[in-house]
Ligand binder design. Sequence first.
Ligand code: NAI
Ligand code: MG
Length: 357
Amino acid sequence: MTTYRLAVIAGDGIGKEVIPIGLNVLRQAGRVTGRFEIATTDLPWSCEYYLAHGVMMPADGLAILAEHDAIYLGAVGFPDVPDHVSLHGLLLPIRRGFDQYVNLRPIRVLEGIASPLRHSDIDMLCVRENTEGEYVGIGGRFKRGTPDDTAVQTSVFTRRGIERVARYAFAQARRRKRRLASATKSNALQYSMVLWDEVIEGLRSEFSDVEVARYHVDALAARFITAPESLDVIVASNLFGDILTDLGGALQGSLGLAASGNINPERHFPSMFEPVHGSAPDIAGRGIANPLATVWAAALLLDHLKESEGAALIMRALEQVARSGPHTPDLGGKATTREVGEAIMSALGKVGEAARR
Ligand code: NAI
Ligand code: MG
């Protein structure tokens, strides 16, 4: 029996309501498969922590996290703390410090959930570059406050950076339908996106069993709406991936369903798994937050730890609750966070038994 050490940052608002559900589910998956136990370190890092200590996490925060097999994060954000403080004080230092260069986002419409689209066969996996590209923060402002006020914001694309994220995407495509869509814009961005295309092209022979399609990102966004069933794995730069994954999240039917992983594939550092949504101050404290995104993130976490049986069982339990309820209000239901959590736990017990039979 393995014991996994999890660093748990529940954060603020509904983060603190959904993370306990996810931890219950992880522990149950360990029991049902008989394969692992979970040991947690609960870290109070959050906006509340910031208001008390003036920092989002202590100076040795990354060193503490580094002792763990994975990080499980709820959400951070508080009306009294500017969003750039919470982002730059916690999430970005973790993503960059731990070289989590893959942002993984499954985009799937579960049976029983209404998507704003008529298509029901939406099942994609977005692999977004998470450390370079358009979000490196290089540039400057000058002639500020004059009519000539000017800003320069530079993108940085490296062969190494593109190749490693593309390799991860190709490998994911191999586990699925062996189709990879690359988001480019090499018609307009004749340096960065031409390099992007060249690197993808250069990997084709190594992954000759994967079919590669190249789409300009605007056309790809349209394809998300008109022919989502034609898409399987998508690889995109930081900015393009940011936009496409929010579009994908909207197609899923609720923010309360979208999950993500920030992954360091080499496992030199722990990877971080989280629901995509924020702390939802508008519903925090009412016990009605949808825990399904956090549960889905738990499945991604187990998959990364190579506990594929546990991950698959969690997904089956999640699918069952999506199909038959109960549902929280964001999905049109009346159930509480706790009731949905209990339904997942009982579904997990049942699918676990069925799997053993
Ligand atoms: P949000 O995702 O917290 O909420 C947007 C809307 O979706 C709200 O109406 C909320 O009630 C609803 N919602 C979100 N998650 C839900 C769930 N699980 N169940 C039911 N309804 C749900 O985004 P918002 O309001 O823009 O940001 C609130 C705070 O969260 C801000 O401080 C923001 O910076 C932070 N934030 C943090 C993130 C993170 O920790 N990774 C990501 C996004 C926002
Ligand atoms: Mg976004």
